[in-house]
Design a protein around this ligand. Sequence first.
Ligand SMILES: [Zn+2]
Length: 138
Amino acid sequence: MVCLYCGNETSVKNSRLQKRANAVWRRRECTECHATVTTLEKIDLATAVLVRTSRLTEPFSRDRLLVSIYESCKHRKDALGSSIALTDTIISNIYPHIKHAEVQKDVIIEESLKVLHAFDPAAGVYYAAYHPKTGTKK
Ligand SMILES: [Zn+2]
């Protein structure tokens, strides 16, 4: 990766595994101007994981999940910030259910409901009304 300030190469000075988020955090330093930047390496779920519904599979979309969570939280003042954090939590909770790069849509719905109900029961009720289970969970 190149430096944001001068365009020269950077090297990794420190790295940490974020186990829960299945991500690697890295501190990089420019070899020329010594500016530092932080990078976060994560699996690109959209290219790696399929969501199985009753009739088809489709690529996992964090954006789509975020929008559905935001819709459920939009009565709140902190809707956007909360929805981003809730989406990260839901994705962490989904990870153990991914098998052979696939996850059942109902697992995503169940985990979203659990997280929303614990955070704001009204958001959970709203989400449940718009996300009926597909009945595909094995
Ligand atoms: Zn630099």
